[in-house]
Design a protein around this ligand. Structure first.
Ligand SMILES: Nc1ncnc2c1ncn2[C@@H]1O[C@H](COP(=O)(O)OP(=O)(O)O)[C@@H](O)[C@H]1O
Ligand SMILES: [Mg+2]
Length: 426
């Protein structure tokens, strides 16, 4: 595990020759042997390696962010200097919004990696976590893919960070989808494996039992030459704009932070299977604790009391997440995926809707335009706008009270909840 931590980051320090790489890896290997007896030093070194890999990620991200800024700068200057034909203004605006959204995705990926040192270790029901993910894929992935789940009902809870595990598995699933452009079968499987089995491959696997989460596809598979590099940050075989090369390095970092292991079996033309192994804790107390957390959750009074919220967001994953979250919090949730649809839903349910939450960068009508139309129909309507970028016009509407709140993206669900409660009770 130790050597593996070093490998991706060391290799990613471009440009390096193969020789240099080998020497680095050897040096790191020697180092790790020398320190084997000293747990404390080992931990310190692990920490500094973490920092190093974050640094490497950050350096690469600066490059990607510069590209994004370049796009925004180009279109924005053209707009300011009136070099864009009137009928192309919207198109230019969209290009800017898209670039900004790409930046947000990158920022989230970085957060996922950087946050690994603060990974939670809470009782986690792995199957319970995977089921919604499988549902989501069934809905969102192309219909040429068959999504199958084989979840072993007997697996015990583990101590883990549910959000991070979710992210790690999702990254594998997105890759599986990408590898099956012509259709195929994606299988998500869980089971329990004896620690002895894991130790055959990973010598420092200490737990007695592990939960394995497998993501198998029937797609393109990989040559050995590709397979060797896949966990390195920024390694991608995808066309520019199609891949960042961050997915597997983030998954790798997450699995490490959860004291787990990851391996892959792949054959060109036949598909790939990724396996994540996560330790099952010895004390069965984990189950009692999980039950307690659940009970505590049940006892908590929800924020909403059946008020209707119209939630408008074009990103399906985010929409589903917030729909579930707000429903759990006691709200009645209506959804729409673009500005025009939002106006239509509002027209039909006008009197019922207490608050509308809109993403600013929506298709057809942007969030602000859509909200203005609704507000004309119902002056009492409360509006919350979420965006990574806020224009002076929108900000001034907050100041004069037309809008209840502006929420910068990306936001935490709780943060939005506070704003919804405030808007309702204002
Ligand atoms: N399921 C898979 N089948 C085939 N190749 C894969 C699979 N998963 C990952 N890869 C390879 O690993 C590379 C790195 O993956 P990743 O880190 O997620 O970055 P990205 O998906 O942005 O390229 C991919 O570009 C691809 O070559
Ligand atoms: Mg990927």
């Amino acid at each position: 595990m130790f050597r593996k931590t070093l490998e991706p980051s060391a290799k990613a320090l471009a440009p390096r020759t193969e020789d240099n790489n080998e020497e680095l890896i050897k040096r790191n290997a020697d180092l790790s042997h020398a320190l084997e007896d000293s747990k404390q030093l080992r931990e310190q070194l692990r920490q500094s390696q973490k920092l190093e890999s974050i640094g490497t990620l950050a350096a690469g991200l600066v490059h990607d962010f510069n590209n994004i800024l370049h796009i925004v700068q180009g279109y924005a200057s053209a707009l300011v200097e009136h070099k864009v034909a009137p009928e192309k203004v919207v198109k230019a605006g969209r290009a800017i919004v898209r670039a900004v959204e790409q930046g947000t995705v990158l920022a989230r990926q970085l957060l996922a990696t950087a946050g690994k040192s603060e990974a939670k270790h809470e009782p986690t029901d792995v199957n319970g976590l995977l089921r919604p993910l499988v549902d989501f894929m069934t809905e969102a992935f192309p219909t040429t893919l068959t999504i199958v789940s084989e979840l072993d009902g007997e697996i015990p809870n583990i101590m883990a960070d549910a959000n991070q595990i979710n992210q790690a598995v999702l990254n594998l699933c997105v890759n599986a989808k990408d590898a099956m452009a012509g259709g195929g079968k994606l299988t998500v499987r869980t089971r329990t494996i004896a620690g002895m089995e894991i130790r055959k491959r990973f010598h420092d696997a200490e737990a007695e039992r592990y939960v394995s989460i497998s993501v198998a596809d029937t797609g393109s598979g990989m040559e050995e030459a590709t397979r060797r590099h896949i966990f390195e940050p920024f390694f991608t075989t995808k066309a520019p704009g199609k891949g960042t090369g961050l997915g597997l390095s983030v998954t790798y970092a997450i699995v490490q932070s959860q004291n787990g292991f990851i391996d892959v079996a792949s054959e060109p033309g036949r598909g790939s299977t990724f396996n994540i192994y996560l330790p099952i804790p010895k004390e069965p107390a984990v189950l009692a604790e999980a039950a307690e957390t659940f009970a505590a959750k049940e006892a908590k009074t929800p924020a909403g009391h059946g008020e209707t919220v119209l939630f408008v967001e074009d990103e399906l994953e985010q929409l589903k997440l917030m729909e579930t979250f707000l429903t759990d919090e006691g709200f009645n949730v209506l959804t729409a995926r673009d500005g025009a649809e939002a106006v239509e839903v509002h027209r039909r349910f006008r009197d019922a809707i207490a608050v509308v939450v809109l993403d600013l960068g929506l298709a057809k009508l942007n969030g602000w335009e859509a909200f203005r139309i609704m507000k004309q129909m119902n002056p009492k309507l409360k509006g919350i706008l979420a965006s990574g970028f806020l224009s002076a016009e929108v900000k001034s509407q907050l100041a004069n009270g037309t809008l209840s709140a502006l929420v910068p993206k990306p936001y935490e669900p709780r943060q939005l909840l506070t704003n919804i409660e405030r808007a309702i009770h204002a």
